[in-house]
Design a protein around this ligand. Structure first.
Ligand code: NDP
Length: 325
């Protein structure tokens, strides 16, 4: 029996909107496709929901193979979670390569709306809660990509809209174009963590000013900002496996030295490094939720504790800043 812990999970308002998200959300990019163990996927999704994690983030291309994370999630929904549909915030995205030919990626109206229909079908849903444009398209007029988001909402296939991987200038333009259509940009999904500070170059300030929420992805830098790699590269880890997104070469001695120092700092705060990395993002008011990935339920349990210790002394912040890469 599913019994979400709504008492202990903290829910944070997403910018100037009516929507709240759990402090920790679960992304299904890795470990949820057909190549993953279905029983483990099921255990993580249902276990997360039981902890009060109401938000699950997907995209058309998550797998491998592309599309299979949505299909697996659709199966869990159908078999066990669908009775809770109104308690869930489910997001998907389009923009990265999904099918051959000129309409299978980027940001045309044709690509985005066809992709959304495919995603709904794979998940067995009538609508998603948030539909994102996954990356800016340098060739398509932004009015067309934002127009596709508008159509998604006005055809009842999405409740809210978001963008991801847009820089500050592109985001400002997207907000303006959506506003002209009478639509508020709910949320931005940037890559942001202790090591990757790009959103600090204007994006986070802009989101705060415009009342747009932020849900940083790869908040643990794909697992580097945890104790996972302190004693080498475990065979069952992302860097030790087949992921093309995190190769062992990334884990240089210089980087691991910084990770070790951050780990010491986390321990001095009574936290694990993974928890401190999430607490640091949650300490920023613009952050609506942190979007983690996981390969086991225990990692999600760890993450949720990050919400309980989000204050940092100036001295701690100085150490973190000095170790940023
Ligand atoms: P994280 O930075 O949270 O990395 C997750 C990985 O870190 C896990 O799979 C696990 O790897 C390891 N890990 C997590 N918790 C712990 C822990 N407590 N101790 C040790 N290791 C831990 O995020 P992701 O890079 O996975 O991205 C999260 C989500 O963000 C995605 O699922 C997706 O929804 C979204 N995303 C969006 C993108 C976009 O362009 N919009 C791009 C990328 C992601 P291991 O396998 O080694 O156990």
């Amino acid at each position: 029996m599913l019994n979400p812990d709504y008492e202990n999970m903290q829910y944070r308002r997403v910018g100037r909107s009516g929507l709240k998200l759990p402090s920790v959300s679960l992304g299904l990019w890795h470990n949820f496709g057909y190549e993953a163990n279905y029983e483990n996927c099921r255990k993580m999704v249902l276990g997360a929901f039981d902890m009060g994690i109401t938000h699950f983030d997907l995209a058309n291309n998550y797998g491998p193979p592309p599309g299979s994370a949505e299909s697996c999630f659709g199966r869990i929904l159908k078999e066990e979670l669908y009775a809770h549909r109104d308690e869930l915030i489910i997001s998907t995205k389009s923009g990265y390569l999904m099918w051959p030919g000129p309409y299978g990626e980027w940001g045309s109206r044709k690509q985005m709306l066809a992709s959304l229909d495919q995603s709904l079908k794979r998940m067995g849903l009538d609508y998603v809660d948030i539909f994102y444009h996954h990356r800016p398209d340098p060739e398509t007029p932004i009015e067309e990509s934002m127009g596709a988001l508008y159509t998604a909402v006005h055809s009842g296939k999405a409740l809210y809209v978001g963008i991801s991987n847009y820089d500050a200038k592109q985001t400002e333009e997207a907000i303006k174009v959506l506003k002209q259509m009478g639509l508020h940009l709910l949320i931005h999904q940037p890559r942001y963590n202790i090591f990757d500070r790009r959103p600090e170059a204007g994006l986070y300030d802009l989101l705060q000013k415009e009342g747009v929420g932020a849900i940083p992805y790869s908040p643990l830098d794909q697992g580097i900002l945890t104790d996972r790699y302190l004693n080498g590269i475990p065979a069952d880890s992302r860097a030790g496996g087949k992921s093309v997104f995190l190769k062992p070469e990334k884990l240089t001695d210089e980087l691991m030295e910084k990770v070790r120092k951050l780990n010491d700092l986390a321990l001095s705060r009574g936290q694990k490094l993974s928890q401190m990395a999430l607490s640091w993002l949650l300490s920023k008011p613009t952050t609506s939720s942190v979007l983690i990935g996981a390969s086991k339920l225990s990692q999600i349990e760890d993450a949720v504790k990050a919400q309980d210790n989000t204050s940092f002394t100036q001295e701690e912040l100085n150490i973190i800043n000095s170790l940023s890469v």
